[in-house]
Design a protein around this ligand. Sequence first.
Ligand code: DQA
Length: 148
Amino acid sequence: MKKILLLNGPNLNRLGKREPGIYGVSTLKDLEERMIRLGSESKIEVICFQSNHEGDLIDKLYEAEDTGIDGIIFNPGAFTHYSYGIRDAIAGIDCPVIEVHISNVYQREEFRHKSVIAPVCVGQIAGLGVLGYELALEAFARETEGEE
Ligand code: DQA
């Protein structure tokens, strides 16, 4: 059974309450429960973690490699735009990462147009709401087709 880590960064614990016009009304709990259920339908174990702290996210990236996680779906929140520490951690692990943003960061403030994470990720999904997480899971699920 494949294992996927769903990693959410700062302020995403406030999903559903935080700027719902931008981020929607689903809570983080709604999102995590849905991803776990969708994963199990594709025989994928989805492990969820959220932190507001950069170091905790970096530790989780290394732990993912050490525990044999097959792929990471990662919304790094505002760290996307400036965390070289997170970028270096992703570059240093042998585990594919798909970057997800709920909002279309390219339609928003200029500082959100740059992702320092994107060059070390296999792909990026932005602007499709929480559906973006599901599409990232689908991408990993297709990779696992035909395997046990
Ligand atoms: C976000 C976009 C970031 O710019 C922002 O700081 C977030 C959420 C998104 O999901 O759209 O916290 O990553």
